[in-house]
Design a binder for this molecule. Sequence first.
Ligand code: FES
Length: 288
Amino acid sequence: MKHPPQRNSICLEDAKILTHHAYPGDQHIMRLQAPRCAARAKPGQFVHLTVDPQRPLRRPISIMRACADEGWIDLLYKRVGEGTTLLTARSAGEHLSTLGPIGQPFQIREKRPLLIGGGVGMPPMVFIAESLRHSEYQPMVILGSEVPFPFTPQPSSILLPGMPDGVIATMPLLDDWDIPCRLASQQQMPGVYQGYVTDLARRWLDSLETQARQEVGLYACGPHPMLEAAVALAREYALPVQVSLEEFMACGVGACAGCSVEVQTGKEPTMQRVCVDGPVFDGYQVFA
Ligand code: FES
């Protein structure tokens, strides 16, 4: 997948924490005042931020929302190790050194983007959805989580074809934006599809007329098996698919090659850095 060159677009900012809320399942949403990043951020990009003002340790976190007018970005992250544990201790009013936005964003090409996000892979999908709010695109969002969602699911006011009886829960923000969305989990949750996000996506695809189905493109971010299943689904329906990869990152800006993955860009596999060549790749090149 060819990306435009990304020069002079990564900003270093001393970002003030505006809000920081904890949710069940060790999930947290942080709003940072980072106007330069907010003005440039695109869905799929991330920030590399210090987790403690006294230490040089940085962690990459996906951007969930960006408001250029008010100069803030929202980040959703899960506490999984030392870095994110330190981050949970940060409070509103503190400052974090923020490097971003980093990485190649999703490139929305099809009229009907099917956005599939699992766990901490939800943020880029929310970001894409918001960016398409006032456009001619017709996004459909499916979010999955095995812990409680980092929002209170509500019955959607938007009726959707192909959904099993009772599968009505959505992310309230998406409903406010008039964007159709449904939720999936292996756990039993009211109004939530019990199963995989890709199974729910298949039901929605099957409900479309042939012509409408040909206008769909898949966009996915989440755990590796979920991405593999999303690409298999796209392959089955002969649809384009872009995936955002997660990888351990050290420098976060393309200098160490520690985040390299093998991607089938041509006849031969090549090594690509997830931080700057990705994190978004053509799904067929990752799961060739
Ligand atoms: Fe160093 Fe990607 S983290 S090159």
